[in-house]
Design a protein around this ligand. Structure first.
Ligand code: UDP
Ligand code: LCN
Length: 806
């Protein structure tokens, strides 16, 4: 039993626990989450006049701190304790303070009972359990190493493989023979007939390059090398070829996991990549800020550019230019016939800043033209994805003139399509969630039936389970995306066990300790977003235009508000107008603080100004709310709201003009999976104040290069902003220091170069292990297919029938 509970039960505090439960019973709420539990315990301590030490450090206080949920039933309570990251245990405590551990099944039944969806006389509910499939693969032990899957897997599998030198040599030999580009053999050729030849030939080749001037281009000795059994791929100069061969030589003679990683990362394995991002408006101009269209589009475009650049640099170093081989990166998205002035109806669009990067748009099949000709919300997209994947496969193969080497899915819909494609093409699948909706919407699984009409979570969560389990590897932007923090559950963690009452019980939805999880944060486009102090990169015309737009331009169609004193310090925010982004929370915070209003103006770039111009329900509600708050707090003359869609370059400059005036950036989201705007603001030199709920907690080091805020506490948020502003007034250097540290933070930890380097290494190493350990995933994939055909597909069909009636 949990030590935390035992400590309470075996002490006098048992009476406090009993009383606390009685106090809870007196309340209406029967299902308490962590915040509710903490609040109730604070009330308990207050009511029973407990000292502060009891609240903070008693056994009960300790237990409460680690308790995630309490469900009150008639004669007992069910409590979920999370004593450490990624570990949750459920217990039943009865009226006599008897404690019993609960099985996952019991826990899910309790949750079903809570929503009156427990009908045992109708038989058991379908249980989804992925545990058996992870039993035969290695798992990480220490939660702090979750997200470092590659290092772990490489070490683990290397030690197994190296134990049998003959087998190891055979795997390596066969692996080296595998690679080709545009039909041309790479690395080794048929002259090297057996694994026994390998070591000798490597030494001969080394002797050869040792005699050649290190600067000699590979093309000058290519044919001699072929005679020795070696094809292109080892390097572009004699010295690079020598280095790579030396690593291989060491790997053959005295293998270890680091040498293996160094060698695999050097060799050409990835040539063609598909990035799948289906929903929303995917384009390079005029789309950001539209519903469902934000950071993911920015992320995928920047990633595509950076991957191409990185592959080009690698090919050059590998000496592949002699073969005329070029990388190809394709972003696969949907074609929207009624494209509302965007290029989303164009089949093929070159990605700016690339040589061979393309956006390939494939339309949904036309089931009901009223639906499929138009933008479709990400919550409604499910019926179209299977046929989309089939059509996209054909188009991709034609466009790429062959199979991709890697398919990267984005968000639930893109990940499902990536799964379908990777399964059919037999290539490596990588998953990127961006944001998992399950933890964004409270109780979204428990009340899924009530929410189904609007959100269709039954489809989305099933798709998530399918894609995340099928993926060869998962890339997350933060550690907490996987397993949360000490006091909060992670996004992936929320899939480990949950109920969809009457649909299914997930008893083990994902193995959090699996080495498939890898933490690789994104970067920021350094050509667009750069420090405001880099005068030489800035264009005067653009700066003047954006200054005017931000502070003075009168344009009622696009700008709301005329500032009384445009020179006050600007507080800036930019986001899509959806509920979770909580720009209304920021307006309320500003509205409630007279002092903030005296010292600052509030500048927002967000959505649209008129509700009638929007067809997104959340956006419309937020527009109304913003006007109502502006009126309620009489913010006229103190706020400007730009309902504009900025071009890419303008969106970079707007942060800089705010930084020129020593402004600050506030990101007040109720939850933010990562938060690219925070990176953009920081690299521009704006001190960031961002939500403590989600990714910003890892981006910002509180007090050092920015500040974390609790956006649900508007008074406290205003105090944090004011404290900073007051300090800046007292110490003119303070803003500067913070600004410089914010810039430094991004350059040292969040660049696309670091990101894509890692992604390519991951793909190669997972590819290598996929091949050489011949990991049999067929049983897992067959199980996943059953979920797809038996759960997902019939529900998608039902939704399609609804759409067909629109
Ligand atoms: N963005 C924009 N105009 C807007 C709103 C957002 O250009 O009106 C851009 C912003 O610069 C950032 C991205 O959209 O690059 C938003 O990414 P983030 O990760 O912050 O949030 P998301 O929208 O993905 O939830
Ligand atoms: C989706 C989100 O909600 C943001 O928090 C991320 O920054 C964005 O995707 C890019 O990953």
């Amino acid at each position: 039993m949990s030590e935390l509970i035992q400590a309470v039960i075996h002490s006098e505090e048992k009476l406090d626990l009993r009383q606390f439960i009685l106090d809870l019973r007196a309340k209406e709420q029967k299902y308490l989450l962590r915040n509710d539990i903490e609040r109730a315990f604070a009330e308990y301590c207050h009511k029973h006049e407990k000292p502060a030490s009891f609240y903070n450090s008693s056994h009960l206080g300790n237990l409460i701190y680690y308790t995630q949920e309490i469900i009150l039933e008639e004669e007992s309570i069910c409590t979920i304790v999370r004593p450490q990251i990624a570990i949750q245990q459920a217990y039943r405590i009865d009226e006599e303070m008897g404690v019993e551990p609960m099985s996952v099944q019991d826990l899910l039944d309790v949750r079903d009972r809570f929503v009156d969806r427990y009908f045992p006389h109708e038989g058991d509910v379908f249980e989804i359990d992925f545990k058996p499939f992870y039993d035969y693969s290695p798992t990480i032990r220490d939660p702090k190493n979750i997200g470092k899957g590659l290092q772990f897997l490489n070490r683990y599998l290397s030690s197994k493989l190296f134990q049998d030198p003959q087998k190891w040599l055979e795997s390596l030999f066969q692996f080296l023979r595998l690679h080709s580009a545009n039909g041309m053999q790479l690395l080794i050729n048929d002259r090297l007939k057996t694994k026994e030849n390998l070591s000798k030939s490597v030494k001969q080749a080394l002797a050869y390059v040792n005699r050649v001037n290190p600067e000699t281009p590979y093309s000058e000795f290519r044919f001699d090398f072929q005679g020795l059994g070696f094809e292109p791929g080892w390097g572009n100069t004699a010295s690079r070829v020598k280095e790579t061969l030396e690593i291989l030589d060491e790997l053959i003679d005295s293998p270890d996991h680091q040498t293996l990683e160094a060698f695999i990362s050097r060799i050409p394995m990835i040539f063609k990549i598909v990035l799948v991002s289906v929903h929303g408006w995917f384009g390079q101009e005029g789309v950001l800020g539209r519903p469902d269209t934000g950071g993911q589009v920015v992320y995928v475009l920047d990633q595509a550019r950076s991957l191409e650049k990185q592959l080009q640099a690698e090919f050059e170093q590998q000496g592949l230019d002699v073969l005329g081989v070029h990388p190809q990166v394709i972003i696969l998205t949907r074609l929207i016939p009624n494209s509302d002035g965007t290029l989303c109806n164009q089949r093929l669009e070159k990605i700016r800043g690339t040589d061979n990067g393309w956006i390939l748009r494939v339309p949904f099949r036309e089931f009901n033209a009223n639906v499929t000709q138009n933008w479709i919300s990400r919550f409604e997209i499910w019926p179209y994805l299977e046929t989309y994947a089939l059509d996209a496969e054909k188009e991709l193969l034609a466009q790429m003139q062959g199979k991709p080497d890697l398919v990267i899915g984005n968000y639930s819909d893109g990940n499902l399509v990536a799964f379908l494609l990777a399964r059919r093409l037999k290539v490596i699948q990588c998953n990127i969630a961006h944001a998992l909706e399950k933890s964004k919407y409270l109780f979204s699984n428990l009340y899924w039936e009530d929410l189904e009409d609007r959100y269709h979570f039954s489809l989305q969560f099933t798709a998530d389970l399918i894609a995340m389990n099928a993926a060869n590897f998962i890339v997350s932007s933060t550690y907490q995306e996987i397993v949360g923090t000490e006091d909060g559950v992670g996004q992936y963690e929320s899939y480990s066990c949950f109920t969809m009452p009457q649909l299914y019980h997930v008893v083990h939805g994902i193995e959090l300790f699996s080495p498939k999880f890898n933490l690789v944060p994104p970067g920021v486009n350094e050509a667009v977003y750069f420090p405001h102090t880099r005068e030489e990169l800035r264009l005067h015309g653009m700066r003047d235009r954006l200054e005017e737009l931000a502070f003075t331009l009168e344009d009622p169609d696009h700008v709301f508000g005329k500032l009384d004193e445009p020179d006050k310090r600007p507080i800036f925010s930019m986001a899509r107008l959806d509920r979770i982004k909580n720009l209304s929370g920021l307006v309320e915070c500003f509205g409630k603080s007279k002092e903030l209003q005296q010292r600052c103006n509030l500048i927002l770039v967000a959505g649209k100004l008129r509700p009638e111009d929007s067809n997104d329900t959340e956006e419309i509600a937020e527009i109304h709310k913003l006007y109502q708050l502006i009126d309620e707090y009489n913010l006229y003359g103190k706020i400007r709201w730009l309902g504009v869609r900025l071009s890419k370059s303008d969106s970079g400059e707007i942060y800089r003009v705010i930084a020129d005036r020593q402004g600050i950036f506030v990101q007040p989201a109720l939850f933010e999976a990562f938060g690219l705007t925070i990176l953009e603001a920081m690299i521009s030199g704006l001190p960031p104040f961002a939500t403590q709920f989600g990714g910003p907690l890892e981006i910002i080091q509180h007090g050092k290069n920015g500040f974390l805020i609790n956006p649900t506490n508007v008074e406290e948020t205003a105090d944090i902003l004011l404290a900073f502003i007051q300090k800046c007034d007292r110490d003119p250097q303070y803003w500067q220091q913070l600004s410089e540290r914010a810039i430094q933070r991004v350059y040292s930890c969040y660049t696309w170069k670091i990101h894509t380097n890692r992604i390519l290494t991951l793909s190669k190493i997972y590819g290598f292990w996929n091949y050489s350990s011949q990991e049999n995933r067929e049983d897992l994939l067959r199980y996943i297919e059953a979920l797809f055909y038996l759960v997902y597909k019939p529900r998608a069909q039902q939704l399609l029938e609804k759409h067909n009636q629109l």
